[in-house]
Design a binder for this molecule. Structure first.
Ligand code: ZN
Length: 59
């Protein structure tokens, strides 16, 4: 898994005109709505990848 994640759409306006922001890693700016935002990978979920399709299970 790469460190950098590139967004395909702006999370605020949905536009695709995103450019990397020189402020830091994972920082992007949207040319459409003029917002700057940052993506951060928080880590894997503790519950893993297993699916729980049954209802009423404990979390
Ligand atoms: Zn935008």
């Amino acid at each position: 898994m790469s460190e950098r994640a590139a967004p395909f759409y702006c999370p605020y306006c949905g536009d695709e005109d995103l450019r990397p922001n020189p402020e830091g890693h994972g920082a992007w700016e949207c040319a459409a709505c003029n917002r700057a935002f940052q993506l951060k990978f928080l880590g894997l979920l503790s519950r893993g990848l297993q699916r729980n399709d049954g209802g009423g299970e404990q979390i």
